[in-house]
Write a protein that binds this ligand. Structure first.
Ligand code: ADP
Ligand code: MG
Length: 536
């Protein structure tokens, strides 16, 4: 692995990125920076979110800007206002020790006259969303006929947001002699056609799978019934009191619903979706960035452009339809050398779709058991005890109150005192989780009584395996679930006897299970099941 010094960057830039905490270049930086400093050929780079693209194109461009000229030398197009602002912030930091480089950000939803004024003041670098850029070009305010660099950042996102025509129009306004850099996480046909039309012999770089953090992401899933999705989110939040993550939902409504419930249940959460005004979005995003919010519930589109580096968790409320979306989402955690967890909540029906994603990410999902009430209470206790042990005690301040407190508590012994303090903190948890349901569909037997209350009708089966074969109730549940992997079937009573057993399942699946158990073997022995009479 090379060092930044070896890439040909000047000392002012090296100093700036050192201050930003960059120690080593990412793969895409290592490949792009020297190339851009030496060659004027075009580049197509296939790179995921979080691979350090901004510095990859930003540093070499900044180094080559001629500040004595008074015209736009680089145009960077990106899909959203947030990305625009973020790239602008990064560029300002990169050029902190250089002579004043003028960077102008142009995006919709903001006062255009101010942006027009800014364009009068010799901008060297323009960072813009396609719609606003085109608007200003058509008004004759943005002049791009002298640019030496054109960057299309997150090109696939720009297309999927409907900027194709705008991009075409902008590209037609650029000079022939320029270096075009196209960055994209995926390569749909439209991108290939843009590349063919507007780029010349592009040099191709792929840093796609080598996300800076990809190796640091653990991919977990919970297998549950669809109706329990929200309860699982609650448990995840309770098991991780310091969680800092995004919960991805499919629709605005789902986003609102989940966020509203979380807030009503006292969690530090909020929603980010398309129905919010730009002002409201900014407020939510800023609260999240500054960690005043722990959980952001968002749609994919709304979360675009929100760059936060140290998420502990990405939670998929549902399994996304498209594996690429999964990759994008999960790539938001485990960044910049930190580790992260991507959790997906799925139903048995969705399970066979995990394989596609596994192929793409080159990693296996790990099934996790939804934490039980006991797991959570334990975790909360320890977290609390840790806090108690490490809290900063300000003697000088509390001294004055202590005598009275001691006096009041004098009849409690140590054990009693601990019990009382802990109860103050935990009674709500303990009572919430006292009779907490088991939420996993594949780990334990469903509660028979409550199922009965829901008027489910069961069929009873005889099974030719018993204690002699060392079979347990869990084994029977496993056999049932494993023989019908796409269905979540309600399982009733299981009775293990010496030479055989009985089990009950939802009557709707009578025929399916008889079929599924044909030709089934258990430890070499042929399994035989028969319909039996229901126990009275
Ligand atoms: P992308 O555009 O590929 O999604 P960014 O350029 O926004 O990624 O970078 C993601 C984060 O990683 C940013 O916070 C950036 O400051 C940080 N970063 C980029 N390059 C490095 C590096 N070489 N070392 C440490 N952090 C880096
Ligand atoms: Mg970027």
């Amino acid at each position: 692995m090379q060092q930044f010094v070896e890439l040909g960057l000047n000392s002012e830039i090296l100093k700036a990125i050192e201050e930003m905490g960059f120690e080593k270049p990412t793969l895409i930086q290592e490949k792009t920076i020297p190339f851009l400093l030496e060659s004027s050929d075009d580049i197509i780079a296939l790179a995921q979110t979080g691979t350090g693209k901004t510095a990859a194109f930003g540093l070499p461009i900044i180094q080559q800007i001629d500040v004595t000229r008074c015209d736009a030398q680089a145009l960077i197009l990106c899909p959203t206002r947030e990305l625009c602002l973020q790239i602008t912030r990064d560029f300002t930091n990169f050029s902190k020790f250089l002579k004043k480089i003028n960077v102008v950000a142009l995006y919709g939803g903001a006062d255009i006259t101010k942006q027009m004024d800014a364009l009068k003041r010799c901008p060297h670098i323009i960072i813009a969303t396609p719609g606003r850029a085109l608007d200003l070009i058509e008004r004759g305010r943005l002049k791009i006929e002298n640019i030496g660099w054109l960057v299309l950042d997150e090109a696939d996102e720009m297309l999927s947001m409907g900027f194709k025509d705008d991009l075409d129009a902008i590209l037609r306004n650029t000079p022939k002699e320029k270096q075009t850099l196209l960055f994209s996480a995926t390569m749909p046909k439209e991108i290939v056609s843009i590349a063919e039309r507007y780029m010349h012999n592009p040099f191709e770089i792929s840093a796609g799978k080598k996300n800076i953090g990809a190796e640091n992401i653990a991919h977990h899933f919970y297998l549950i019934n669809p109706k329990d999705r929200y309860l699982v989110i609650k448990r995840i939040a309770d098991l991780h009191p310091d969680i800092y993550g995004i919960v991805f939902c499919r629709t605005r409504n789902e986003t609102k619903e989940v966020a509203d419930k979380l807030m009503a249940d006292g969690y530090n959460a909020d929603a980010l979706h398309g129905d919010l005004s730009q002002g409201q979005r900014d407020v939510v995003m800023n609260r999240f960035r500054s960690k005043h919010l722990q959980m952001l519930v968002a749609t994919d589109v709304a979360a675009r452009g929100l760059d936060v580096n140290d998420l502990s968790h990405v939670i998929n409320y549902n399994l996304p339809e498209d594996p690429e979306i999964y990759i994008h989402r999960s790539g938001r955690t485990g960044r910049a050398g930190k580790s992260g967890t991507s959790i997906t909540i799925i139903t048995p029906r969705e399970k066979n779709r995990l394989g596609d994603i596994e192929k793409k990410i080159g990693k296996k999902f790990e099934q996790k058991k939804v934490p039980t009430g006991k797991d959570i209470c334990e975790k909360q206790f320890f977290n609390f005890i840790d806090k108690v042990m490490t809290v900063n005690v300000d003697e000088s301040q509390i001294e004055q109150y202590l005598p009275e407190i001691y006096e009041k508590l004098k009849d409690f012994d140590r054990e009693e005192l601990i019990k009382h303090f802990v109860s103050v903190e935990f009674n709500h948890f303990l009572s919430y989780y006292k009779d907490a349901e088991e939420l996993n569909v594949r780990f334990d037997k469903p509660d028979r009584k409550s199922k009965r209350d829901r008027h489910l009708s069961y069929s009873r089966f005889f099974l030719n395996l018993g204690k002699k074969e060392n079979i347990s109730k869990r084994d029977v549940i496993f056999l049932i679930n494993d023989s019908m992997p796409d269905k979540s079937i309600d399982i009733g009573d299981i009775e293990i006897l010496n030479n055989f057993s009985f089990f009950e399942i939802d009557s709707n699946y009578e025929k399916d299970i008889l079929k599924a158990f044909k030709n089934l073997k258990y430890q070499g022995k042929k399994v035989n099941i028969e319909l039996a009479k229901l126990k009275k």
